[in-house]
Design a protein around this ligand. Sequence first.
Ligand SMILES: NC(=O)C1=CN([C@@H]2O[C@H](COP(=O)(O)OP(=O)(O)OC[C@H]3O[C@@H](n4cnc5c(N)ncnc54)[C@H](O)[C@@H]3O)[C@@H](O)[C@H]2O)C=CC1
Ligand SMILES: [Mg+2]
Length: 324
Amino acid sequence: MSVYCGIACRRKSFWCYRLLSTYVTKTRYLFELKEDDDACKQAQQTGAFYLFHSLAPLLQTSAHRYLAPRHSLLELKGLLGKFGQDAQRIEDSVLIGCSEQHEAWFALDLGELERDWHFPVSCSRYKAQALLHWHHTHQFCSRSGQPTKKNMAGSKRVCPSNNIIYYPQVAPVVITLVSDGTRCLLVRQSSFPKGMYSALAGFCDIGESLEETVRREVAEEVGLEVESLQYSASQHWPFPNSSLMIACHATVKPGQTEIHVNLRELEAAAWFSHDEVATALRRKGPYTEQQNETFPFWLPPKLAIAHQLIKEWVEKQTRSSLPA
Ligand SMILES: NC(=O)C1=CN([C@@H]2O[C@H](COP(=O)(O)OP(=O)(O)OC[C@H]3O[C@@H](n4cnc5c(N)ncnc54)[C@H](O)[C@@H]3O)[C@@H](O)[C@H]2O)C=CC1
Ligand SMILES: [Mg+2]
């Protein structure tokens, strides 16, 4: 069992830790790197760099798997020289985490960041792509129009002319699986891949609580009134800009299940039975093979929180239908 103790003291501007768990010391170390440019620069000396090109991760194959190669600062300088880029580019790198031994990890994009998103394969890659993308799209101060300057870790940008600080933005989004007790409501937008249905989602308006957003989005998109709400889980979602997906289960008022689809927002919405959804969850294989008469719809992949939400609902329904 880890012993948690709040003893930490500042010595020569570095944190020193005693009796703190590995997780806490790691978190405090990352905090220090975000706050202290010199400490962050120092961490680059022994850190590892992951490279991207226009947000596409640089990968190499090893035993039929794709792996993201790590580069030391020295190797990175060599690579930059090879690509005809200045070593100054290292200043564009952003801190994305560290190991338990406090080896700091950085991400650097060597391209122009003009291309589309590439699906990340790990959580730290999610963070790297979202952060690199945010820096690329927040180069100027919206008040003065002057170029902003990132701190060493890339946790913020500052306008040198008026000291306005810009922090990476995350937009809260609710994703709700609405149920009428026996069926669940799935929707599709015209931008979804053909045949894919998902849970209903929507951005929080300014000033709203999550409960108010769920109520409004369900009413806006399918014309139903939510009666009860239960939080499930959350997920960072980097597409197209960073969102925090907050996943909930909701039920509609009894007897009020008639859907009125808002065609400005959705292409279709329908109630699906437990068996239909459970079958769709069990399906495997490439999505293109799934779109035929006997295969009317498919669900988002496992990495999307929508999938987890739908799976949770199916499991709950299965449990409640079993004899006591
Ligand atoms: N991880 C997952 O499982 C899922 C993630 N999503 C994500 O949820 C997000 C929201 O879902 P939608 O149904 O599209 O939202 P939505 O129902 O709020 O409609 C999108 C519209 O909201 C407006 N809007 C308000 N605030 C916005 C902001 N901060 N950024 C962008 N647009 C804003 C725009 O007019 C936009 O066209 C999408 O970005 C989508 O990628 C959606 C479903 C599943
Ligand atoms: Mg929506």
